[in-house]
Design a binder for this molecule. Structure first.
Ligand code: 13P
Ligand code: SF4
Length: 311
């Protein structure tokens, strides 16, 4: 570790203690941020951690909808994030006004929204799900109710297959998970016949069809520990490989290749957060996530229902 990096780690640790702050980080954060976090997890685990913490400050190292979710679930804590511009293409693919109009065309539908959406979309939903509980949540919806699923069409299609329930799907998608090249993946599988392909359900159905295991980031991490295989091709954001390599140094992990010769398998929003910004955010207690109490309460209802339904 360079001296400068060492100083930043030490300063962040000092500020955390002084201010009674906790750092929550998603698996797609850069390795340094994962290493200094108090808790690392998928969307559901981080939402639960935010809900239960007594810390005065939650510094959320992830994207905007995640930090916003933390504020909805825990209004007592001040919620900070290193860069407010860290959005999410999937969340952006579902603008609240258009969604309201769509919902109004289907007033009898029960609305299940993936947590990757804004507070305004949550407030228009009956229940929220994450990639780790989507199947469980959809299975809980009364059988006589048709379901509108938003905003991810790929997760929606996967859940349809798992549950056998027809979903009316909002046509949103994630730019990172739709970037993987099926052709390059098949080439990789030919070169590494013993490697298992594991994938996040935000990937397109054609890719998921090739996968040995499909699950949330936490589920993928858990799977590589349980599998007898020694090598894995991992079709999700590359940040997760840091924990996989740390937890299983004896195993071999290959990031799934994007369509172009670029780093498109890195989420450009997640990567806006840096160690330096973590430090200045904690020092200045800014930028902070705020919202009206009315919006928070409307968005809280479906989130609490998710927590109840996925015990
Ligand atoms: P997980 O809940 O599986 O961590 O997914 C979050 C996400 O944004 C995937 O792109
Ligand atoms: Fe959003 Fe995709 Fe980034 Fe996840 S990887 S935060 S879905 S843009």
């Amino acid at each position: 570790m360079t001296n400068q990096k060492h100083d930043l780690f030490a300063e962040i640790a000092r500020l955390k203690k002084e201010k009674n702050a906790i750092i929550l980080a998603h698996y797609y954060q850069e390795p340094d941020i994962q290493d200094l976090a108090d808790e690392i997890g998928d969307s559901l685990a981080l939402a639960r951690a935010a809900q239960k913490t007594q810390a005065k400050i939650i510094l959320f190292c992830g994207v905007h909808f995640m930090a916003e979710g933390a504020k909805i679930l825990n209004p007592q804590s001040k919620v900070l994030m290193p860069d407010l511009r860290a959005g999410c293409s999937l969340s952006d693919s579902c603008p609240p006004e258009q969604f309201r109009a769509y919902r109004n065309q289907h007033p009898d539908h029960f609305v299940v929204s993936y947590i990757n959406c804004s507070a305004e979309i949550k407030a228009q939903s009956d229940v929220i799900c994450t990639s780790s509980n989507a199947v469980q949540i959809v299975n809980r919806v009364p059988k006589d109710r048709p379901i509108l699923f938003a905003p991810d069409r790929n997760l929606g299609a996967w859940v349809e297959k798992q549950t056998g329930r027809k979903l009316l799907k909002w046509q949103g998608a994630c730019i990172v998970h739709e970037t993987f090249s099926q052709r390059k993946l098949i080439d990789l599988q030919v070169r590494h016949p013993d490697a298992e392909l594991i994938a996040h359900p935000e990937c397109e159905p054609e890719l998921l069809q090739l996968a040995h295991f499909i699950g949330s980031t936490s589920a993928l991490l858990g799977y590589v520990g349980k599998s007898a295989k020694a090598a894995f091709i991992v079709a999700t954001e590359e940040g997760i490989l840091h924990q996989m390599r740390k937890n299983h140094p004896e195993k071999f992990f290959i990031p799934a290749p994007p369509n172009h010769a670029c780093a498109c398998n890195e989420c450009p929003f997640m990567r806006l957060n840096t160690l330096e910004k973590v430090y200045t955010t904690l020092r200045d207690e800014s930028p902070e996530i705020t919202m009206t109490e009315d919006l928070r309460l409307r968005a809280l209802r479906p989130l609490e229902r998710m927590m109840e339904w996925s015990h």
